[in-house]
Design a protein around this ligand. Structure first.
Ligand SMILES: CC(C)(COP(=O)(O)OP(=O)(O)OC[C@H]1O[C@@H](n2cnc3c(N)ncnc32)[C@H](O)[C@@H]1OP(=O)(O)O)[C@@H](O)C(=O)NCCC(=O)NCCS
Length: 183
């Protein structure tokens, strides 16, 4: 895949971001909640970027994009709902179907952990994953997260909430190492 760059989302990303989201819409909708239909236009994506960058200004959101060596957007990763006083945030990420299985989500989650710690001074990250999303669960476990809650509906497992304490030096070390997934 060549050189990968992870950087903060910018207003000029509207066109390539729309392309990325349109090309992967069905793939994402198999694993995560669907976006509204109005999102899928240049206007919709421009508004989406503006609202995420407003979140960055308010210190509640840190949106990143992942670019391949040709400068194409192949993934996204966000720190969401940053709470400076509680020193916590949620993370979210999505990788183009064609770029999956090459370690990009793992790279992106490690970058989010690094940003959370060094830029935002956070100590706790959470991630919510649908129970069938084995690839995502694997990424989180490899990065040191562990399951905190299992949400069941009618006895069926629906969601997992994963948590990482980045105060815990051993977990942080494991998140940053190249050790295989412990699970
Ligand atoms: C989940 C997702 C982010 C993973 O991205 P990725 O770049 O392929 O992740 P990585 O390559 O870093 O690691 C994925 C791991 O899961 C494994 N995996 C993926 N699907 C799997 C499955 N169905 N069963 C078992 N393992 C699976 C891969 O083999 C890989 O493990 P390995 O490196 O030990 O072989 C990507 O599939 C995606 O964007 N999905 C749609 C959106 C989404 O689900 N986002 C996460 C919301 S919580």
């Amino acid at each position: 895949m060549g050189l990968i760059r992870i950087r903060t989302l910018q207003p000029i990303d509207a066109e390539p971001l729309l392309k990325f989201e349109l090309e992967n819409r069905q793939w994402f909708e198999r694993h995560i909640d669907a976006r509204s239909a109005t999102f899928y236009s240049l206007e919709g994506v421009t508004e989406h970027i503006a609202s995420y960058l407003a979140g960055l200004d308010k210190r509640t959101w840190h949106p990143l994009v992942i670019e391949d060596s040709q400068g194409n957007i192949v993934g996204r990763a966000n720190l969401k709902d940053i709470n400076i006083s509680e020193r916590s945030a949620e993370i979210g990420y999505r990788i183009a179907e064609s770029a999956c299985g090459q370690g990009l989500a793992t790279l992106a989650v490690r970058r989010l952990i690094q940003e959370a710690r060094s830029h935002w001074n956070l100590t706790r990250l959470v991630a919510n994953v649908y129970a069938g999303n084995i690839g995502s669960a694997r990424v989180l476990q490899r990065c040191g997260f562990s399951i905190k809650h299992v949400i069941r509906q009618q006895e069926v497992e629906r969601n997992y909430q994963f948590v990482l304490s980045i105060d815990d030096s051993s977990l942080y070390k494991s998140a940053m190492s190249d050790l295989p997934c412990p699970a």
